[in-house]
Design a protein around this ligand. Structure first.
Ligand SMILES: [Fe+2]
Ligand SMILES: [Fe+2]
Length: 269
């Protein structure tokens, strides 16, 4: 690993399932070590949130041989054993972020699950029935958690991980009827307030690979089914390269242009 350049590979929606045979995820994780220094997983780590699926995922991740940082997705809550799943992953060496931040190889990561509610002027508002207000409150609280996690980072590069999308731009190829369930603009606000280098999310399996926040922060949808479909000849993860904090005196760097490189690559100066 270079101290000056750090490569981050990101993928979401692994949906590790009990029925998978050992080695099923080698095509996903097997090429990580040669192409990246860190692996970021953007939720739906498991298919039904069962402890057995989490144990299988830990075994499958061994082939990656780089630090792994992750957030949960909605599927990871399905069995209502999220605490147990998190414990298994953490004991397996995975850094699980839920409103937390961590520095790996000199790069800062902030992570939340996020939530739904829709985008822009059509976003769901907290008005009317209590259950509707509670729905909106979940998105607001996730946005507050994200803001807190970003505020704690002091690294020159802040990379944000979430499961739900913060922008409409990366869910545009999904049926419009389900767009409000794929993310929330409330998650975009913290990305615009802090010098975030890039944001990764999943959840929108049929969405679009790239978008930007209104302030220009690059947003990458790295849902595994999407990457496999849109980039069939590339490894099924997205790689960005950022400058380590030892080389620029710790000064935050402006949001980068996407580098039109090898399909999935992007260089962050
Ligand atoms: Fe998913
Ligand atoms: Fe999901």
């Amino acid at each position: 690993m270079s101290l000056e350049r750090v490569r981050v590979a990101a993928v979401g929606d692994i949906h590790c399932a009990k029925a998978m045979t050992p080695g099923s995820l080698a095509p996903v994780f097997g090429q990580v070590a040669e192409r990246a220094d860190i692996l970021a997983l953007c939720g739906d780590l498991t298919d039904t949130g069962s402890p057995d699926e989490a144990k299988l995922l830990v075994r499958e991740l061994a082939i990656a041989k780089v630090p792994v940082v992750a957030v949960f997705g909605n599927h990871d809550y399905e069995s209502e054993k999220a605490d147990e799943v998190k414990k298994i992953l953490v004991e397996g060496g995975v850094v699980v972020l839920d409103g937390d931040s961590v520095e790996l190889c000199g790069v800062g990561f902030a992570g939340v699950k996020g939530f739904a509610g829709g985008f822009g002027e059509r976003a769901l508002q907290p008005w009317g029935e209590p259950i509707l207000k509670a729905f909106v409150r979940e998105a607001v609280e996730e946005a507050l958690k994200l803001e807190g996690a970003l505020a704690r980072l002091r690294t020159p590069h802040r990379i944000e991980l979430m499961h739900y999308s913060p922008v409409r731009g990366t869910v545009t190829d999904e049926p419009s009827e389900i767009a409000p369930f794929l993310g929330s603009s409330r998650l975009e606000d913290p990305l615009n307030r802090y010098p975030v280098t890039a944001a990764f999310h999943g959840h929108a399996h049929s969405g679009s690979p790239e978008g930007r926040t209104s302030s220009g922060v690059p947003v990458y949808n790295v849902a595994l089914p999407l990457l496999r479909r849109r980039f069939p000849n590339e490894p099924p993860f997205r790689v960005i390269e950022v400058q380590g904090d030892r080389t620029n005196g710790g000064a935050p760097t402006a949001a980068p242009p996407v580098h039109a490189g090898s399909g999935l690559g992007a260089t962050i100066p």
